[in-house]
Design a protein around this ligand. Structure first.
Ligand code: HEC
Length: 157
């Protein structure tokens, strides 16, 4: 009987570790973000630079997680990105991870338009890297990445 309880406890612990892993590793993502800085900055609403220097090829990625695609005001997106945003594309763990691994392919699939083109000419090599980048960008957003996967901790240890 005691034995059973112990096994159940181990199962619960393993499940929550797997969940935490799902969203990636923010500090690994911070390292990886070096690759993005050629084109992107992360600058908060007060103008403080969190990452990058002054690249303007891509939009400011501050608060990108949870945001509608293609909506940074002073940035000129491609038509496909604007259209995807209008159709309801929002950056979350799933869409972000897919997009950064194949920007044009993702937009084509999302819009169901084989001629759609994305303006981002860079691909993240692996899903794991993409998840780590997601975790990093969520962590530097306006609410520190809360609201996604929150409220799952300590379910009665
Ligand atoms: C060579 C330049 C370049 C690099 C490097 C680059 N991007 Fe981009 N990125 C762009 C451009 C340009 C766009 C706008 C795409 C469009 O309009 O189709 C964009 C758009 C995005 C968007 C959508 C933003 C929005 O406001 O909707 C995300 C998310 C993104 N990039 C993440 C990344 C990440 C993460 C990296 C690093 C792994 C990265 N990018 C590297 C140029 C780049």
């Amino acid at each position: 009987m005691l034995h059973r309880i112990a096994i159940a406890a181990v199962t619960v612990a393993t499940a929550s570790a797997a969940q935490a892993q799902d969203v990636g590793d923010a500090s690994a993502g911070e390292q990886l973000f070096n690759q993005c800085q050629t084109c992107h900055v992360v600058v908060d609403d007060e103008g403080n630079t969190i990452a990058g220097r002054n690249a303007r090829t891509g939009p400011n990625l501050y608060g990108v997680i949870g945001r509608q695609a293609g909506t940074v005001e002073d940035f000129r997106y491609g038509d496909a990105m604007v259209e995807a945003g209008e159709q309801g594309l929002v950056w979350d763990a799933e869409t972000f991870v897919q997009y950064v691994q194949d920007p044009t392919g993702f937009l084509r699939e999302y819009l169901d338009d084989s001629r759609a083109r994305g303006k981002m000419s860079f691909r993240v090599r692996s899903e794991e890297d993409a998840q780590n980048l997601y975790a990093y960008l969520a962590s530097v957003g306006p609410d520190g990445g809360e609201g996604d996967g929150d409220g799952e901790e300590d379910s009665g240890s």
